[in-house]
Design a protein around this ligand. Structure first.
Ligand code: G3H
Ligand code: 13P
Ligand code: ZN
Length: 309
C-alpha cells in the first residue's frame, strides 16, 4: 500500500465525530512505537515531520523509515510536513514523497498568509498532495520560534471562512487557546469552545486542526521529576477538552510533547535503576514501549479513533 493523503481519514473523522492523531516523529523508535500502537488499536494516524526533525534525522532517512513502517504493518500512513515556514520546504517535501504539507503562514499579515498558502496549494494539488494552513497564532515554543502569550491571537471566524475560500487549503489549524510545549497555561486551562463551534458552523464539513494539544500528563511530569528532571509548573490541555474538540469538527489533533515526556521519563528511570547500562537497546526498547503505550492511550481515550480503520 502506498502512502495516503489525509482526505479520506478526515472525511470519516468528521462524520464519526472523532479526531485523527498527528504524532511528531524524529527517529526509528518513535515511528515504531506509534505504528505498533496504531496496529493494535486499528486506528488511523498521521506521522508528521518538523523542519527540526528533517534537520536532525535527514529527509531521506525519515521517508525510508516511514516506508518500512508501512511495509511491515500494512497500515495506511499519511506523511505530513509540520509547520512548513515557506514555499521551499513545502516543495521539497511534496517532491520528496510526503502526501501532506502544512504551510504555516500564521506569523504573516492576513493577505500575505493567503498569498503564500495559495502558492503552496497550487503546487501541492498539482502533485496530488494535500495542504494544511494556519490562521491565528498559538503561544508557546516550536523549534526556534517562541511566541509570547501576549502575541498569541485567536482565529477570527469570518476571516477563517474567507481564508479557506480564497486559498483552497484542505484543512485549517486554528488558535482557540492551546499552545505548543509543556507550559501551556498559567492557572486554569481554558479553551474557547464558543469560537470553535462558530468556526465549525461557518465551515460545515471542513476539517479543523488543533496544534499544541498535548495534555502534559501529570504522572509523566512527576516521573521525569522523580528521576532527576526539572519540569516544575508544566501543564497541558485536559483530555476531556480534547475529546470534546473532536466532537466539534476538529479532525486532526497534534501531539508531540506528550511523546517526548513519555520517552524521556522512561530513559531517566532506566538510568537511575540501571546505572551500569551502556547498551542503547536496553534503554531505547522501554522508551519505544513508552511511546507505544502513550499513543495507544491517546487513540483510545482522547481521540476516540480506535477501531476506525
Ligand atoms: O509544533 C512543533 C512540534 O512540537 C515540533 O517540534 O520543531 O522541535 O521538532 P520541533
Ligand atoms: P504539543 O507541543 O502540545 O505536543 O503540540 C505539538 C504540535 O502542535 C506539533 O505541530
Ligand atoms: Zn504545531
Amino acid at each position: 500500500m502506498p502512502l495516503v493523503t489525509s482526505k479520506e481519514m478526515f472525511k470519516k473523522a468528521y462524520e464519526g465525530h472523532y479526531a485523527v492523531g498527528a504524532f511528531n516523529v524524529n527517529n526509528m523508535e518513535i515511528i515504531q512505537g506509534i505504528v505498533e500502537a496504531a496496529k493494535e488499536e486499528e486506528s488511523p494516524f498521521i506521522l508528521q515531520v518538523s523542519a527540526g526533525a528533517r534537520k536532525y534525522a535527514n529527509h531521506v532517512y525519515l521517508v525510508k523509515l516511514v516506508e518500512a513502517a508501512m511495509e511491515t504493518t500494512g497500515l495506511p500512513i499519511c506523511l505530513h510536513l509540520d509547520h512548513g515556514e515557506d514555499f521551499a520546504i513545502c516543495k521539497a517535501c511534496v517532491d520528496g514523497g510526503f502526501t501532506s504539507v502544512m504551510i504555516d503562514g500564521s506569523k504573516h499579515p492576513f493577505e500575505e498568509n493567503i498569498a503564500l498558502t495559495k502558492q503552496v496549494v497550487e503546487y501541492a494539488h498539482s502533485k496530488g498532495v494535500v495542504v494544511e494552513a494556519e490562521l491565528g497564532r498559538l503561544a508557546g515554543v516550536e523549534d526556534a520560534v517562541k511566541v509570547n502569550t501576549k502575541d498569541a491571537t485567536y482565529t477570527d471566524p469570518d476571516q477563517a471562512v474567507e481564508f479557506v475560500e480564497r486559498t483552497g487549503c484542505d484543512s485549517l489549524a486554528i488558535a482557540i487557546g492551546t499552545s505548543h510545549g509543556a507550559y501551556k497555561f498559567k492557572g486554569e486551562p481554558e479553551l474557547d469552545f464558543a469560537r470553535l463551534e462558530k468556526i465549525t458552523n461557518m465551515l460545515p464539513g471542513f476539517p479543523l486542526v488543533l496544534h499544541g494539544a498535548s495534555t502534559v500528563i501529570p504522572e509523566f511530569v512527576a516521573l521525569c521529576n522523580k528521576y532527576g528532571g526539572k519540569l516544575d509548573g508544566a501543564q497541558g490541555v485536559p483530555e476531556d477538552m480534547l475529546l470534546k474538540a473532536g466532537k466539534f469538527g476538529v479532525c486532526k489533533i497534534n501531539i508531540d510533547t506528550d511523546l517526548r515526556l513519555a520517552m524521556t521519563a522512561s530513559i531517566r528511570k532506566h538510568f537511575v535503576e540501571h546505572p551500569a547500562d551502556f547498551d542503547p537497546r536496553q534503554y531505547l526498547r522501554p522508551a519505544r514501549d513508552a511511546i507505544k503505550a502513550m499513543v495507544a492511550h491517546k487513540m483510545r481515550d482522547v481521540l476516540n479513533s480506535s477501531h476506525r480503520l
